[in-house]
Ligand binder design. Structure first.
Ligand SMILES: *[C@@H]1O[C@H](CO)[C@@H](O)[C@H](O)[C@H]1NC(C)=O
Length: 202
């Protein structure tokens, strides 16, 4: 049994113990503990979710794994905190590290427990449409359906990229259905940046 599981159980029993003593305090503790009823398969940290999915996509095309960088993660967290206000996966205007890092954006419906895995899986779908050997100005070709692109995928598997930092945030509450229907935004940043025109990712 993992330590996390053990501690959740402790919080729950503490809450139950409080229930007999003070009903008001107990209801607060119980709802806090019940907020994240993660089944065993979901007990992977967001960092691990992002990193694993990226490195699986890279391994699939024979590209070395990425390592996590906390400095980049902090920038991604700041970026995600800005996206949180409008709750849209749309690039911000003139961000300080534009051009320094590559960047992938994601918005998921609902408060995704597995936002790191979901975002990475969404970006990795580009593999289905990307043709490395296609004639696309030296960068391969992309047959993505409307509204989708291969660019997030090609950044994920860009060989010269060695480090990432990613973050996800719950959106600011924009309706009266919160907190049940709060959405999630996620950002990954890549160094050195990929998607250089005229080059192939791998
Ligand atoms: C992490 O990224 C920062 C900013 O790009 C860089 O200065 C630093 O050297 C990196 N850390 C490591 C351990 O590579």
């Amino acid at each position: 049994m993992s330590p996390f599981y053990c501690c959740l159980a402790v919080v729950l029993s503490l809450a139950l113990a409080l229930a007999s003593a003070s009903p008001a305090a107990a209801s607060i503790s119980v709802s806090a503990a019940a907020e994240r009823p993660e089944p065993p398969s979901n007990r992977v940290s967001p960092t691990e979710q992002f990193l694993r999915a990226h490195n699986e996509a890279r391994a699939a095309v024979g590209v070395p794994p990425l390592s996590w960088n906390a400095t980049i993660e902090l920038d991604a967290l700041r970026y995600a905190s800005e996206l949180r206000a409008s709750c849209e996966a749309r690039p911000l205007w003139a961000w300080g590290t534009d051009g320094v890092y590559g960047r992938n954006l994601y918005k998921g419906n609902g408060a995704r427990v597995r936002a790191g895995a979901d975002a990475s899986a969404y970006w990795a779908e580009g593999a289905r449409w990307y043709d490395r050997d296609g004639a696309g100005a030296g960068s391969g070709s992309c047959a993505a359906p409307p509204g989708r692109s291969c660019g997030e995928y090609t950044q994920m598997v860009w060989r010269a990229t060695t480090q990432i930092g990613c973050a996800r945030r719950l959106c600011r509450c924009l309706s009266d259905t919160c907190p049940e229907e709060m959405d999630t935004v996620a950002v990954c940043e890549y160094y050195p940046p990929g998607n250089i025109v005229g080059q192939r990712p791998y």
